[in-house]
Design a protein. Structure first.
Length: 137
């Protein structure tokens, strides 16, 4: 039997779709590392929060290896590349509901769920404030 594909990318796609279907704004919490391609000016404490709403991104693609899209930051188009194993969470900005992952270097993330408003302090601007998200086990 071959190795199973990790569930993380499937869960990210599902929560993203749930947000869009419910008129909520999907956001991605990312633990930035050398393989992550994001605008470094918006990285705070090694993390960045990205708006993944279709109105904010272009050419969004979430596959089993990475989340890829283009977005404008201060009017400048940027190509974003986030390896799946660097995603710490996907959630609705409006209520914090979503799924959060424990990011461990060199390992696939472990999923956890959140129904509390875990993202209350995340503003609409990416990484404008320090995230107060916690992994719930």
């Amino acid at each position: 039997m071959s190795a199973l594909i990790p569930t993380t990318a499937y869960l990210i796609r599902a929560i993203h779709e749930w947000c869009v279907d419910n008129g909520l704004t999907p956001h991605l919490l990312v633990k930035v590392d050398a393989q992550t391609r994001v605008p470094t000016a918006y990285v705070k404490n090694g993390e960045i929060v990205l708006n993944m709403n279709y109105t904010a991104v272009k050419d969004l693609h979430i596959d089993n290896d990475a989340v890829v899209f283009s977005a404008r930051f201060s009017g400048v188009a940027q190509h974003i590349y986030v390896p799946i194993n660097r995603v710490a969470g996907v959630f609705a900005r409006e209520n914090g509901q979503g799924m959060f992952f424990e990011v461990v270097d060199g390992q696939a993330p472990e999923p956890t769920t959140s129904t509390a408003s875990a993202a209350e302090d995340v503003s609409a601007a990416p990484a404008a404030k320090k995230s107060h998200l916690k992994v719930v086990k």
